[in-house]
Design a protein around this ligand. Sequence first.
Ligand code: DOR
Ligand code: ZN
Length: 344
Amino acid sequence: MQTITIIKPDDFHLHLRDGIALSNVVNHTAAQFSRAIVMPNLKSPVVNTEMALAYKERILQCVDEKYNFEPLMTLYLTDNTSVSTIKTAAESNIIKALKYYPAGATTNSDQGVTDIKKTYAVLNVMMEDSMPLLVHGEVTGDDVDMFDREAVFIDKVLTPLVRDFPELKIVFEHITTRAAVDFVMGSSDKIGATITPQHILLNRNDLFKGGLQPHHYCLPILKAEDDRQAVSEAATSGNPKFFLGTDSAPHARSTKESSCGCAGIYSAFNALEIYVEAFDSLGKLDKFEAFASQYGADYYDLPQNIEQMTLIKKEQDIPDLFPFGDDEIVPFRAGGTCSWQLKK
Ligand code: DOR
Ligand code: ZN
């Protein structure tokens, strides 16, 4: 039977939510990953170090004792984030990055940034302190087509931002387009990008195949096949700018299967196995360990994990549902199979 043994990986983009939902999902991640960059877009966003410390405690309380899992905390950037908030965060050693949501771009982004220029004083301090800015790279507003929002963001926001702050570390999160791949490849080593399993595997046809597929709806939305190919090639290229970030984003089934459904794909149950399957199908297994376990840690100046993990090429069933508070959650590829699994 084919196996692959790798340094235990990290997830550099994860939504864990809070309360009972947190306790329902966190151990799926802890079973596969050593560390995860935890997004701060709670209903009441995590805007300072004190809130992040309290959230980290709540996360750790829900982690099964058999796992050695470290949540890496982030803060939510607003128009009003102060320089002293950044200073405290940088000195804390707890906060690994700030997340920039353009206001109104996605789930719980209402308190996000209305104009990046309003944060320039803060970005200056982040640049000096080597604190990365994690970017949800989509413009908002009805004047821009849904499928063009990432490409327009590159032209209108990201290109000027990189020009104004050439030494600022920026992670272009969950990239979905050839334009984003080209932008990252053409930028300095300060610019990295995370890549999700769904943007490697799916294109926008998968939103409509056989009827509307609410569990394939995420933001940035799935793009055309040419974009998917570019993203998939970037992930498997061995370029250290591209690393693993699942963007696993749990929402209750009733809020996904709804007349106005939430954005987010829940992949935490077996994201690692789905990535491995994708790399294997492309004949790129040799590129997998660095993408999953090395490039992200290097980008964030974190030590590489010491533990190892083995995956086996053996089919596993993916459950239809998991409990989620008083509702349920439908995982990515629910009811299907994955041709790889973790060695128990
Ligand atoms: O699909 C998404 N879901 N994209 C995001 O940017 C946010 C996330 C969430 O928090 O649900
Ligand atoms: Zn996200």
